[in-house]
Design a protein around this ligand. Structure first.
Ligand code: ADP
Ligand code: MG
Length: 371
């Protein structure tokens, strides 16, 4: 176990020989620190620099600038084998001619660990990953889920200080993903190893990690607990990336009538009262991006003063219902656990839990903060 620190890390691949590939930074001024024993997720869309970050931590990729420390030691120039890390990538890369046992033993044998030690280690690890009854199988006989278990077993067999997982669940089908996700969480509790998981799946990061590093275009957007990034996103990107179905984020214009402010939607007569707490930061005529989670869009009863809007799509998903509402040029989505039933074209009254809304700067996408 150890803490991990990244200080102002940059990575630029040498793409100079390749035409058409722009030679930009894959990772830019990335800094974060995982405390000892923490489970951290690195989350972001494809190509944002997650794997590059993990490979730099592992020592498989040179660092263009900045420092990486494991524990108190700077590891920039340390070869991977001296960093005490366990690695499991998305493709399992098991050795096909070897049994599961021999695959797990491979790195220990390379380090001249005695066969009796190896046997002790494997009998400790195998039950943790539920591979104890497939130890004599060859990889070809294993399911995807079993291969990933073996892959992770191999990564933790040397008692690493740091366990690095790169999209370990993305090759698995829905059910198996969920099973293995739970198992990884349990495993982390049992071995208490500082763990970093790279994923593009926000649900995976939210359910596994103590804290999440959210990246876009090689840069850190926010580093926080799942609740922090959900409730208190720093910008429009984070707000839209975390949450399923995603937050509604729409351009609205501020109007003023008899001393009260309203959010007006373009090409529509729908308006929503601006909560008083936003009064210090809004001005008449200003355009802002308004963010509302689908669970905070509500259907008013017959006494509601909400604007009348038309249902565009109604979906009943069993445990919840989703309604898509046309507002001007945009669609506003709501989800509810209530037993409602509509069809396209029905009129409903739109209400919004305005206290739960977020405002974003229309130019920068940054959260407009109110005290
Ligand atoms: P992610 O894992 O988030 O999908 P990557 O870290 O793999 O993203 O890639 C980040 C960026 O670096 C991408 O633009 C990708 O094309 C580029 N990149 C990744 N690996 C290499 C490489 N070996 N050579 C050149 N460019 C690379
Ligand atoms: Mg990747």
């Amino acid at each position: 176990m150890a803490k991990l620190t990244l200080k102002n890390v940059f990575k630029r691949y040498d793409n100079s020989g390749k035409k058409k590939v722009k030679n930009d930074y894959a990772v830019k001024e990335l800094s974060f620190e995982c405390v000892d024993g923490e489970f951290v997720g690195i989350l972001g869309p494809s190509g944002c620099g997650k794997t590059t970050t993990l490979r730099m931590i592992a020592g498989l990729e040179d660092i263009t600038g900045g420092d990486i420390c494991i524990g108190e030691s700077r590891v920039n120039d340390l070869p991977p084998k001296d960093r005490h890390i366990g690695l499991a990538f998305e493709d399992y890369a098991l050795y096909p001619p070897l049994t599961v046992y021999d695959n797990i033993a491979f790195n220990l044998r390379a380090k001249n660990v005695s066969e009796s030690e190896i046997q002790k280690e494997i009998s400790r690890i195998a039950p943790l990953l539920k591979v104890d009854d497939i130890l004599e199988y060859k990889p070809v006989a294993l399911s995807g889920g079993q291969k990933q278990r073996v892959n992770i077993a191999r990564a933790i067999v040397r008692k690493p200080k740091l366990l690095l997982l790169d999209e370990p669940l993305s090759h698995l089908d829905g059910k198996m993903r969920q099973v293995l996700r739970t198992e990884i969480k349990r495993l982390h509790k049992e071995i208490k190893c500082t763990t970093i998981i790279v994923t593009h799946d926000q649900l995976e990061a939210m359910s596994l990690a103590d804290r999440i590093v959210i990246m876009k275009d090689g840069q850190l957007q926010q580093f926080g607990t799942p609740l922090e990034v959900y409730d208190d996103p720093v910008n429009e990107f984070v707000a839209g990336f975390i949450g399923e179905p995603p937050m509604n984020i729409m351009t609205v214009k501020i109007s003023k009538q008899e001393g009260e402010f309203f959010f007006d939607f373009a090409n529509s007569d729908v308006r929503i009262s601006v909560p008083k707490r936003y009064y210090p930061v809004v001005k008449e005529g200003m355009s802002v991006r308004l963010g509302v989670r689908p669970t905070d869009v509500l259907i008013g009863d017959e006494n509601s003063k909400g604007s009348k809007v038309k249902v565009a799509v109604f979906e009943n998903l069993g445990e919840e219902r989703r309604v898509s509402i046309r507002v001007g040029d945009e669609y506003l989505n709501l989800t509810t656990a209530e037993e409602i039933r509509y069809k396209a074209g029905d009129t409903i009254k739109l209400e919004v839990n305005a206290e739960k809304t977020h405002l974003f700067d229309i130019n920068t996408g940054d959260r407009i903060r109110v005290k």
